[in-house]
Design a protein around this ligand. Structure first.
Ligand code: PLP
Length: 379
């Protein structure tokens, strides 16, 4: 049996999404910038998609800028805030995805931006008192803090953080890649300036996402070229991918309640199975708790001689999971997030299991048996 429990790294493309994309690839191939009928048809499809995405987000369609995914959207937000919106400071956290933390560090080096890293409480929540202190320092800031951490499932209160930023006159960007289409968003009330999306995290295609930019913020272009995406992001639009993202989003939000129930129950089954078998198991970031990101469980296994090989051995058993984020798994340094939040323990293997729409109870049971074999007592 093969069991895929790495849905936070990426998901399979839903059959309905493939079905929606095929006619765009085969028949509606026009360049959306062409003035003839074939091109105009593509333009219509893109603008219909933008309206559909905006309706799900409760924002104006002109706030949605399609990008190649989450990494580009994160880069676009931070780089534009510095280049076009007068930000001289970035406040973020060591526990952010590398798309944010590396961009912030690069802007510190290349643009002389002052970079401050906010502390976390012992439960992983952002230390809001420290955030307030950092915001009181001089210079216009952009705060970049993710909604849910992709490794340890800690969910931040975007409403609270956004209000603190607004009061201090700072911009607020949140990497919502792991929560988009897993939680509802109402951008008519949520105090954010930028949020990001990546379709391959919710059964859409890879290579497509978007940046939401609050209306009124005027960005220059980051990718120079044509005037696509209102000249913010040049390059011929990926019409089939935009259609795929939009279909995947509709699928997700049409069925959100059932999806949450299903995935939560799978995660609970895994937690119960692990607790029953391993008395000293721990869950990094308390990722077993109900208020954490329900798709992600980060397990710290008791010390075992095979700890260092656990990911590999589970792979041999047909179970795909991760040792950190997809970008860092396999790296000898381990996860930068576990280290930043003080969960790193070199004696214990930390594995991330992430659940999705197509996983079943049988798969979780199979994974539990495989885990027991890998971590079986050594005689
Ligand atoms: N941000 C987070 C929290 C992620 O988990 C990921 C993907 O791993 C990204 C950003 C990057 O998204 P993409 O793969 O679309 O570039």
């Amino acid at each position: 049996m093969n069991v895929y429990l790495d849905n936070a790294a990426t998901t399979s493309v839903a059959p309905e999404v493939i079905q929606a994309m095929v006619p765009v690839l085969t028949e509606m191939f026009g360049n959306p910038s062409s003035s003839h009928a074939v091109g105009r048809r593509s333009r219509v499809i893109i603008e219909q998609s933008r309206r559909s995405v905006a309706a799900h987000m409760h924002c104006h369609p002109s706030s949605i800028y399609f990008t190649s995914g989450g990494t580009e959207a994160d880069n676009l937000a931070l780089r534009s805030a510095v280049r076009d919106l007068g930000c001289t400071r970035i406040i973020t956290s060591e526990a952010e995805h590398s798309a944010v933390i590396k961009t912030a560090k690069s802007l510190e080096r290349s643009a002389g931006v002052q970079l401050d890293l906010v502390r976390h409480e012992s439960d992983g929540q952002v230390d809001l008192v420290h955030l307030g202190e950092l915001l009181a320092l001089p210079g216009k800031a952009i705060v970049s803090l993710m909604h849910a951490n992709n490794e340890v499932a800690i969910v931040q209160d975007l409403d609270r953080i956004g209000k603190i930023c607004r009061e201090a006159g700072a911009l607020f960007h949140s990497d919502t890649v792991q929560t988009m289409c897993h939680y509802a968003f109402d951008l008519s009330t949520l105090p954010v300036d930028f949020i990001t999306c990546s379709a391959h995290k919710f059964h859409g295609p890879k290579g497509i996402g978007f940046l939401y930019i609050r209306q009124g913020l005027q960005l220059g272009g980051q990718i120079e070229g044509g005037s696509q995406e209102r000249a913010v992001r040049g390059g011929t639009e990926s019409t089939h991918n935009i259609v795929g993202l939009t279909r995947a989003m509709r699928l997700a939000y049409d069925d959100l309640d059932a999806h949450v129930l299903h995935v939560r129950s799978l995660k609970k089954r895994m937690v119960d199975g692990l607790n029953a078998h391993f008395p000293d198991v721990r869950f990094n970031g308390n990722s077993d708790q109900p208020d954490r990101l329900y798709t992600v469980l980060n397990v710290s296994f008791p010390p075992h001689p095979k700890s260092g090989m656990a990911l590999f051995l589970l792979d041999l058993e047909g179970v795909a999971c991760s040792g950190g984020s997809a970008c860092s798994s396999g790296a000898t340094l381990g996860s930068h997030v576990l280290r930043a939040l003080n969960y790193h323990d070199s004696d214990r293997a930390s594995l991330r299991f992430s659940f999705g729409r197509y996983n079943t109870e049988e798969e979780v049971d199979y994974a539990l048996e495989a885990i027991k074999r890998v971590f079986a007592p050594v005689k």
